[in-house]
Design a protein around this ligand. Structure first.
Ligand code: CUA
Length: 358
């Protein structure tokens, strides 16, 4: 399989193509499960046939009765062997699960909004697409996902990844494509009449072709869209750089722990920012009043993503310390100069430095 020709109809296959770094490991585990299940199915079937024939005659039954066979040996075998096999399945499956659930640092980070009945995907450089996902080969890609309406499920069989896409809650998945090509993208959760049509294509490209594709869009980066929205919604009248007694500053906030009014400490992540935009009274930072209006019902999930990306861009986290460095800006508002030090660059390689907390 080479190039970018469509490989979406390869005829009958027992397993989909292996096109991500997860695929060989998942298939090996699945093969082991099938092998164990198949072996015992055949063993039990043969045992039933043999025992039915062997003990058919009463003479054999009588002779064998009370022969003092060591039952505890048999019991030990049928306890220890299945226990060992299931523990192998458990530990192997756990390792595979953890590998998929721990998001890598330095991944390309895209946002996905599922809605009846389409997938909307946003790249940090600005390009957005519907029912198509362009990614480079050989680079880890993280998807941050949410649903605009009901539960969907993002499923790419060739990558062996699937994750529910939920309303009101962020979920994420990651993969690293290993083969250029075109692969199926499905919704794997029944979500209404057109669920079966909620599918698309994942196009895995060489990094140079991907960079070219990214450069082909004219849309603004989500950080820029978020910054405009931030001003449009008048967020900046209160949350300006440096803060003021009424509102906490948003600079260098992302990824940091904050103390709430009730004494608990939460880490500022995407979920916290989203909740604070939609339901500001839910987790009020200690020392501040509950004066922020709610934006519930006024923003699409994409707009919330844009705002969050903008707020994230206000935090500078050098890789060496993992701690934010202060952005010098005594003036009101977020001057354009502070954007020069943001790690979430809107141009360039598509690599987004990741935070230390996840
Ligand atoms: Cu979306 Cu099924």
């Amino acid at each position: 399989m080479t190039g970018s020709e469509c490989q979406m109809d390869p005829g009958f296959q027992l397993f989909p193509e292996q096109a991500s770094s997860f695929a060989p490991g998942v298939d090996a585990l699945y093969g082991f499960l099938l092998g164990v299940a198949g072996f015992f199915t055949i063993l039990i079937f043969l045992a039933i046939v043999f025992l039915a024939l062997y003990y058919r005659r009463s003479a054999v039954r009588d002779r064998k009765r009370g022969s003092g066979a060591k039952l505890w040996v048999l019991e030990a075998i049928w306890i220890i062997v299945p226990l060992a096999l299931t523990m192998v399945m458990f530990l192997w499956g756990t390792a595979a699960y953890i590998e998929q659930r721990v998001l890598p640092a330095d991944a390309i980070e895209l946002t996905v909004v599922g809605k009846q009945w389409m997938w909307k995907i946003q790249h940090p450089q600005g390009r957005s697409e519907i029912n198509e996902l362009h990614v480079p080969v050989g680079q880890p890609v993280v998807l941050r996902m949410i649903s605009e309406d009901v539960i969907h499920s993002f499923y790419v069989p060739a990558f062996r990844v699937k994750m529910d896409v939920l309303p009101q809650r962020y979920t994420s998945l990651w993969f690293q494509a290993t083969q250029p090509g075109v692969y199926h993208l499905f919704c794997a959760e029944y979500c209404g009449t057109e669920h079966a049509d909620m599918s698309g294509r994942v196009i895995v490209m060489q990094p140079s072709a991907y960079a070219e594709w990214l450069a082909g869009g004219r849309e603004q980066p989500p950080v820029t869209t978020g910054e405009k929205l931030f001003a449009q919604l008048r967020c900046d009248t209160c949350h300006y750089q440096g803060g003021q007694p009424r509102c906490p500053s948003l600079a260098n906030l992302y990824g940091q722990p904050v103390r709430l009014a009730d004494g608990t400490i939460v880490t500022v992540d995407e979920a916290y920012l989203r909740e604070s935009i939609l339901n500001p009274a839910a987790k009020v930072v200690a020392g501040y009043q509950t004066i922020m209006p709610t934006f519930e019902g006024q923003l699409s999930e994409e707009q919330i993503f844009h705002l969050i990306e903008y707020i994230e861009s206000l935090s500078v986290m050098p890789a060496d310390t993992g701690q934010p460095t202060p952005v010098e800006s005594p003036a009101r508002g977020f001057p354009a100069s502070s954007r020069a030090v943001t790690p979430r660059s809107s141009e360039g390689s598509g690599q987004i430095p990741r935070r230390t907390s996840e």
